[in-house]
Design a protein around this ligand. Structure first.
Ligand SMILES: NC(=O)c1ccc[n+]([C@@H]2O[C@H](COP(=O)([O-])OP(=O)(O)OC[C@H]3O[C@@H](n4cnc5c(N)ncnc54)[C@H](OP(=O)(O)O)[C@@H]3O)[C@@H](O)[C@H]2O)c1
Length: 252
C-alpha cells in the first residue's frame, strides 16, 4: 500500500497501522519539502514520482495494490496525479480529507479564493500581519511590502519574503490557545492570514483571533478530484476490507 503523506493524517495512519495491522506492507511517500520530517514506523520514500507517468511506473514497479491519498488539503496537484495514475493502473484509491474550519459567532473572517487575493485583502495601509501559511506561498506577499509580517513556519524561510519588516518563528504545531493569544498580543498583531486547513493542531490561532477581536483572512481550499473519501484514518482498514484487500483476524 502506498500512503501519500506529509500530514498529521499520514502520521496518524502510520501509528494506527502499527497498532492494528502490522502485517500490512505499506510505504509513506513524502514530497521532500521538509528537511526534518517526523519519525515513522513505516518505511518512507522521499521526492516526486515524475508526474502521472512516473507514479504509474512506481505503482507497477512496487506492485502497489492500494493508494491512500493523505496529502494536505492545500496540495493542489498530487491528488489529481493519484486519481489519474490509479485509474489508469486499476489500483483502488482512498483519500483522507479533514473537514474545513467554519466560522462561529464572533469570528471576523474574510474568505478569499487564493493567496494573491489574501495579499491584496491586507489593504494599502501598513498592518501588523501574522502569516500562518507555511513558507512556500510567502513570495506572494512580497507584492505587499508595506506590512510588518510575523511568519510562522516549520522550516527556515530563506529569502522567500524579501520585504523590510519580517520576523520568523520556526515551529511545528500543535499550538495552545494561551500561547497563541499571548503571541498575538505580544507582537501587536492586527490581522491573521490562514489557509483553511482544518484539523485540531493549528485551530487555536483562530480562537485566539476571535478572543482578541482580530480579523482573519481565510484562504479557501483548492479543488480536489472526485474520489472515494473518508474523514478519519480509522476508516482506512474497513475500506481495505470492503475492497477485498485485507482480511482481519476474525476473517472478516
Ligand atoms: N501545500 C500545503 O499547504 C502543505 C501543507 C502541509 C503539508 N503539505 C505536504 O507537502 C507535500 C507537498 O505539498 P504541495 O502543496 O507542494 O503538493 P502538490 O502541489 O500537490 O504537489 C506538487 C508535486 O510534489 C510532488 N508531491 C506532492 N506530494 C507528494 C508526496 N506525498 N509524495 C511524493 N511526491 C509528492 C509531486 O511531484 P511529481 O509530480 O514529481 O510526482 C507533485 O506533482 C504534500 O505531501 C503535502 O501533503 C503541504
Amino acid at each position: 500500500m502506498l500512503i501519500l503523506g506529509g500530514t498529521s493524517e499520514a502520521a496518524a495512519l502510520d501509528q494506527h497501522l502499527a497498532e492494528q495491522a502490522p502485517d500490512i506492507r505499506a510505504i509513506i511517500s513524502l514530497a521532500g519539502h521538509t528537511v526534518d520530517p517526523r519519525p515513522s514506523n513505516l518505511p518512507v520514500r522521499v521526492g516526486g514520482f515524475g508526474g502521472i507517468e512516473g507514479l504509474r511506473q512506481y505503482l507497477r514497479d512496487e506492485n502497489i495494490i492500494a493508494v491512500i491519498d493523505a496529502t494536505h488539503p492545500f496540495a493542489a496537484i498530487m491528488p489529481f496525479h493519484a486519481e489519474h495514475a490509479c485509474k489508469a493502473e486499476g489500483v483502488p484509491l482512498l483519500a483522507i480529507r479533514r473537514a474545513p474550519w467554519h466560522p462561529v459567532e464572533g469570528d471576523r473572517w474574510e474568505n478569499v479564493p487564493d493567496m494573491e487575493a489574501a495579499a491584496e485583502a491586507l489593504g494599502h495601509e501598513p498592518r501588523r500581519v501574522f502569516l500562518t501559511i507555511g513558507r512556500l506561498d510567502l513570495p506572494v506577499f512580497a507584492d505587499a511590502p508595506q506590512h510588518h509580517y510575523l511568519v510562522r513556519a516549520i522550516e527556515p524561510i530563506g529569502d522567500r519574503l524579501p520585504v523590510p519588516h519580517v520576523e520568523v518563528i520556526q515551529q511545528r504545531g500543535p499550538f495552545s490557545l494561551e500561547g497563541e493569544e499571548a503571541l498575538m498580543r505580544e507582537k501587536g498583531i492586527e490581522i491573521l492570514v490562514s489557509k483553511n486547513s482544518g484539523g485540531d493542531a493549528t485551530a487555536a490561532k483562530l480562537v485566539a483571533a476571535r478572543r482578541l477581536g482580530l480579523p482573519v483572512i481565510m484562504v479557501e481550499r483548492p479543488p480536489k478530484p472526485d474520489v472515494e473519501t473518508v474523514a478519519h484514518v480509522h476508516q482506512v482498514l474497513p475500506w481495505l476490507v470492503a475492497e477485498g484487500l485485507f482480511v482481519t483476524e476474525r476473517g472478516v
